[in-house]
Design a binder for this molecule. Structure first.
Ligand SMILES: O=c1ccn([C@H]2C[C@H](O)[C@@H](CO)O2)c(=O)[nH]1
Ligand SMILES: [Zn+2]
Length: 295
């Protein structure tokens, strides 16, 4: 087991701590399969909301919050039965808007893992307005249950009534609906092609600028981020933050980044080149490679 989880384990009910310990390998990324959740439930005697809330200290351990030292953990529940942990991330040296919230982290984790619908999210603090707006972008926003300590489970609409969302801008596609933007890029570098595939799956209905990031580490691990736009624009999650957050969740140092690739549409109304380089520049000296894909 990775030592980073040792303290969190002491905050879990003992039977749950015993049950989850073998799952917390070094490379544990916060993904629990439906089968693992069943094992945890059987061995701990905890079910549903009680179990999810009890697991939050593990998610919060994945936080990287050097500015606030405030550790937020979230768990997104997929329609498949799998669960995806997320945690907040802050980048020292750049504007605060480069931060990733735990809810965004968990949701992007589920999206990148191929989950097509979320049925709920569990968080250790009340979700902020920005996260409520971010969750409203989800294709299943009306079927999403929010679970918080000390509160009855409630639908997102309870936490964000009279929501402004994609439909107000005549957008039918929600976050986690599958996309294929069918962009092409004449380049036979495997990582550039990977970034192209992720960009083709990104959610950018407002700027029409599908984009994605691929980060490669010295050990050859690959982390990706897809652009996730939001109807209210500002709560959009940029792909660089999503990719960096994937590393942070696994406790991998940003100094391990060897290559950073951005692929974006050549016909978009915006560009992520500068903001991605700014975010990357806070944690790495690696130069961002940028490629324009034909849309
Ligand atoms: O809903 C919330 C509210 C705050 N934070 C994070 C953002 C920042 O890193 C820290 C302080 O706001 O907590 C979240 O992750 N989710
Ligand atoms: Zn938030």
């Amino acid at each position: 087991m990775s030592t980073r989880f040792q303290k969190a384990l002491t905050q879990l009910p003992p039977a749950l701590a015993t049950a989850i310990e073998p799952m917390l390998r070094d490379q544990f990324a916060g993904h629990l399969t439906a089968e693992q959740i069943k094992t945890l439930s059987d061995q701990s005697g905890l079910e549903g909301t009680e179990l999810y809330l009890a697991l939050l200290p593990i998610a919060a351990t994945m936080s990287n919050a050097p500015i606030s030292n405030f550790y937020v953990g979230a768990i997104a529940h997929g329609v498949s039965g799998d669960a995806y942990m997320g945690a907040n991330m802050e980048l020292v040296g750049e504007a605060l808007f480069h931060s990733v919230h735990a809810e965004q982290s968990a949701i992007s984790h589920a999206w990148l893992a191929g989950e097509r619908k979320l049925v709920g999210i569990t968080v250790n603090y009340s979700p902020c307005g920005h996260c409520r707006q971010f969750m409203t972008e989800l294709n299943n926003n009306e079927g999403l249950t929010i679970r918080l300590p000390e509160q009855q489970p409630q639908p997102l609409t309870h936490y964000l009534p009279y929501a402004f969302g994609p439909k107000d801008l005549d957008i039918e596609d929600g976050l986690l609906d599958g996309n294929d933007h069918e962009m092409l890029l004449d380049n036979d570098d495997a990582l550039v092609q990977r970034a192209l595939r992720e960009a083709n799956a990104s959610h950018a209905p407002y700027s029409h600028t599908p984009a994605a990031i691929v980060l490669e580490t010295n050990k050859g691990q690959v982390f990706v981020g897809r652009y996730a736009e939001n109807a209210a624009y500002n709560p959009s999650l940029p792909p660089m933050q999503m990719a960096l957050n994937g590393m942070a969740r696994m406790g991998i140092s940003f100094s391990e980044i060897k290559r950073a690739i951005l692929v974006e549409s050549d016909k978009g109304q915006v560009s992520l080149v500068h903001s991605s380089a700014d975010a990357l520049g806070t944690v790495s000296k690696v130069e961002l490679e940028t490629y324009k894909a034909n849309s």
